[in-house]
Design a protein around this ligand. Sequence first.
Ligand code: BDP
Length: 722
Amino acid sequence: MTTMFKALAALMLALLAHTAHGQTEDGYDLWLRYRALPAEARQPLQARSTALVAAEPASPMLRAAINELKRGVAQMSGREPPLVQALQDGALVLATPATWPELARLSLPMDALGQEGYALRSVTLDGHAVTLIAANTERGLLYGSFAWLRAVQLGADLAHLDEHAAPKVQWRMLNHWDNPDRSVERGYAGLSIWDWQGLPDIRRQRYVDYARANASLGINGTVLNNVNTKAEMLTEPWLKKAAALADVLRPYGIRVFLSARFSAPKELAGLPTADPLDPRVHAWWRAKADEVYRLIPDFGGFLVKANSEGEPGPGDYGRSHMDGANMLAEALAPHHGLVIWRAFVYSETDADDRAKQAYGEFKPGDGRFAPNVILQVKNGPIDFQPREPFHPLFGAMPHTNLGLEFQITKEYLGFATHLAYLGPLFEEVLRADTHVADDATVARIVDGSLYGDGRPTLIAGVANIGEDRDWCGSDFNQANWYVFGRMAWDPELSADAVAREWIAQTFSRAPRVVDAIDKIMMGSREAVVDYMTPIGLHHQMATNHHYGPGPWVSDLARPEWNPTYYNKADLNGIGFDRGATGSQAVAQYAPYWAERWGRVETTPPELLLWFHHVGWDAKLAPFGGRTVWEELVHRYDAGVQAVVDMRRAWEALAPDIDARRHAEVAGYLAIQEREARWWRDASIAYFQSVNRRPLPVGVVAPAMTVEQYRQLKYSFAPGHGS
Ligand code: BDP
């Protein structure tokens, strides 16, 4: 009896300990955790959420908003607000001008809210102190509901709310690189979240939760499949699967898009050609578009990777990208669909600097793309590297709709295991001033405000989402999904502010904890740059899987696939000359940059080897008397040291973070430190084998020889796709 009693008591204690944190944290809830508030914060929330007032009967979208508010309030305050029709003190009122004509009297900035914005305001209506969630549309109410829940989670004063927001970019979109077999190209979070086999019959709760997370950020489009796509994705059975997902996502304001394979008419219909100027091809795509819209009436459109890295395209028939894009645009136009045409194009037969090729290919076509085509341009001219200058197409095609593509999945920044917060990378790109006109930042080009003509605008991010319980392969990777969505909504947001928001919702609201985690996050991307590719190096990773260093690789079929093509390291110097004596890539930028980046002295140190080939022994002013070789080594060391410091700072947070998540992050940081050292050691060993310089005084020698690093093989590194 006593033993049993003891066992029971132990069980009770364990359960209590378990619920002390509300519930075990496994990352599934993302930033929508809505954990029970401490008693002192619960009361003000209860007072400000006594009931929900909303139009009845509610549409699916309004229902989604109401459900989210109920769930959030119930979890945080312990009391679920009832849905009522009459005003009462402390109610949350979801109002549009159509359902609540009195809105007009309240001098709310309704015009500024547009079709997607919202206002949150504490007001007194008919003698009742209520909180208005106001918008012109139900979508605005949905976004406003999430914004109010965010305000609660961030500890806002609920009695004095007054904020409003509207997205600056029209399309805020995820690009999944998911394959029909559920592998994910460059995905490090398990299988695809799309259980294709179960679709269209099985509509998993996970899809709804995915939609909730996206809606909370304002993401309004998703491309379901890989840009390297199979033609089959456009056949009826697969379209039905996509249609089922579209049904689930629709109430959350998310439109479904598909990647389309340019050669589909040949592969699916046996046409002898996919030539965009061939009338049969044209007719096939028109019929296909009609079929897609019959199944998915609000289908968004096609994303196309053409004539790039072996994918088929109009170039196979001697036609231009414009020919290809405009043909598809015509097929989609009757349905108001979009063609998103990728500018990530470089040719195996073009010996010119790869960084120049997209500009060379697309710039002459400025103004010749159909109005429902958006050209999707990667943030930099090479390929999602830890640091690149902004892509020269930004600002160079004023008469073309240009979208921006970021990579949220960390193919080049340590996969899922390294902690690298991408906010500073996104911010750096968005704030870059192209100097094509006054205040012509990438943000203002991409959000269209530079042109002011209401053109369609787009920011896309290659998703880092998979089947893993925590969605993204680690807790900190969730921050990259979050910051992507927030900055796509408002490209002017600061990486630091968004990090703080995310931390408060994800880990803790205690200022000391927020400060400490923010410091780790804000320095993390620069740490990766330093231990992988300092002072402007790029594309130095191992072959195919891109896991780990491979600066020595020089035997791949295409020159521009080799890291040596980019580092150009030899006995005398290192770096890619893109100035007047080299590839002249600088000339693709506005004169302001062409001139500055064209000269070593005026090139910022972080882009030095991107634009210049410099002598190992050159002493450059920003390096404070160090030679280029010394600076390079110094940066590798700084990168490793930064990770050591991140680890230490995280260890110190043990008392403040739930044990499971703390331990997991600590484990990842251990991997990161080991791999940072690997990058540092292997890179230094290689460059030293080439330049034959001694290591700077006091520097620790690499652990192994360059030969040993070259022998390392990682055949099963993740993310390879099918
Ligand atoms: C590269 C990836 C490759 C993608 C390609 C793309 O390594 O897997 O297919 O980008 O964006 O960075 O199309």
